[in-house]
Design a protein around this ligand. Sequence first.
Ligand code: ADP
Length: 734
Amino acid sequence: MRIGIITSGGDSPGMNAAIRAVTRCALDRGIEVVGIHEGWQGVVDGGDKFQPFNWRSVGGILQLGGTILGTARSEDFRKPEGRRKAVRNLVNADIDGMVVIGGDGSLTGALLLYREWADHLTALAAENAIPAKKAKNPAPFRVVGLPGSIDNDQFGTDMSIGADTALNTIVEAVDKLNSTADSHQRTFVVEVMGRRCGYLALMSAVATGADWVLIPEEEMDSRWHYKMVDALKRGRAAGRRHDVIIFAEGARHSDGLPIKADTIVEILKQRMGVEARVTVLGHVQRGGTATPFERNLASRLGAAAVEHLAGDDPTPVMVGLIHNEPKTTSLEEVVAKSQAINAEIDSGNFEQALALRGRSFADSLELLRTLARAAPKQDVTDRGRIAVMTGGPDAPGMNAIVRTALRIARNEGQDVVGARYGFGGLAQGDVQAIHWMDVQGWINLGGSELGAVRHELTPEEIGQIAEQIKKWDLRGMIAVGGMETYKEVRKLIDARERYPELRIPIICVPATVDNNLPGTEITIGADTALSNIVDAIDKIKYTAGAAHRAFIVEVFGRRCGYLAMAAAMASGAEMEILAEDGINLDLLQKDIAVLRSGFAAGKKMGIVVMAENASPYYNSDFVRRIMEAEAQGFFQVQTTILGHLQRGGVPTAFDRIQGSRLGAFAARRIIDEIAAGRDQVLVTGIQRRGVVATPYDEVMEDFDLEHERPKEQPFMSWRTLADTLAKPAPSVEE
Ligand code: ADP
């Protein structure tokens, strides 16, 4: 079998990771690969646009932005004659199938090619443009699409390749605007991409705490600008020093005409007397190196695409990520549904368009509307207070959780206090009122503004907490943190008989870089840590120069290998050493042999990602010395312990958005629990079904207490793929 691969339409970060995965997974199965340059135009043009790929063709491209294959928009391919040329070139190159990485347009083209295949063959054979035997009983052309679009507007996937990176780029830019806007008390109008899809605008607004958002899916009231101006005025009156309005390029007035940046500026000038500044982010949103999430997404989808092509089912499909797993959807359905949404928007049926985007999209819009308020919609009602606290060690995204929980609860009239420095602070009465405007600028701050330190409660302190509950009339608690926090909550549950004050509902919100908690597929903070780690490894790779050197990079994770595994896959590391494996000499020897053969085959550098606590006996320095001793002169070994830089810096878009979702959920749920007079202890998490809360004891059944990690860890199934992709090139390559 021989397959072709193209990237087509608008380029997006992560396309290179997909090209690498498709190529290497195919070669690994004995399938030949032809890289076709310049999208569909390259298929139409043929000739030197077709480049046979070997293992090395896709080496060193994981961290590169853009696409090494180039991409194009092709008018030729839109016409049947153009597609006929494409078929001729594919047949003459003996290509049996294709992987097409691109947006709706590119995949529509792929579907057409599939449908017309047999007809083109017959016509081409009649013209003697292809050998006659190729047109006889032809097998269907095999096509698999991968969603490549920064807009995240494709049906059949929760995330398209490029969206996470673009979102982070926007968030980083708006963070910068926020700081200058604040200094000058300015109003900024930021235009982001999205002709028919408001994903980037909406999610970046949630992630940056923007004050107003305009998206194509929302039906604009004819008086939308009055509402906007009133809201901004209220914000300023409440003490906000600046305003940021994010709008998608495709936002429209109620009559369907596009809303332009200049219009917004003019409205603000006329009605508020402010000189707003416009920032059009434009193509920077497409550029840059892909985030680790993106790279892993693209790698997993690419592998699944090859699997489909290697199988017997000739149905053309798109492989997307649905509930965190690669899933195929027929290309017919993908194209039809994507076109349906576009048609709804073009004809002004906004409600249907919003419904087709799915519930979490509509929920995010609703959430943003609440968070952007200048003040809560109602005064504090006489329902006691809830306490919010963050337990140590801190994790990026904790502030997003607390900020959102506070605003959602206060909006419902629920009074909220913050316990400083976790349960230890609560015991000492270090409690303070937090108000709506106190959390205004928190969304992009790393660490925890409330303070988060590790602290093991003594029996005496538990009694003191009971006193504080009485003193502050606490009716519920939101405990944000990691394993330590969950353990302290256990102590509070166990002490309930002694201290009846402790019989109040408690909700735990998972926030730790280690991603080692049960009840959730991901913890808040892990995405930022992963991003920090992969960033560091990308840099380490550049320092290797011409030396034959292996780097052992030690990362966080406690006894959970998530960070090591995800970082290894995202950085193309040669191997990962996890506590889950249980290190022993045998294993190490095998690993070292793999490294040695890699260097013998010409590798200049190798990365080994090692989880801290991978073994109680072998630390990273010991492993380094063993490796060096066994390297037999093929390579040297160095160790880098990343340490606390992993939890530093500003949180990623993912941690801010998911943190906000969890914070909102926890606040609503605790209010419900209080109203129902219950005293349950619950653990929130992000699961396939969405955000959920599970009783504490039930969650702990999924936890391996001895090894301090969840019993089931889906990321362990990534290993085969990560190892395949990082294999050294075969010693003989044509
Ligand atoms: P994207 O794939 O990012 O949505 P475009 O819509 O520009 O980008 O599509 C990329 C290319 O795919 C087009 O230049 C064209 O060659 C091909 N294409 C798009 N729509 C069609 C169509 N309806 N029929 C045939 N080819 C199409």
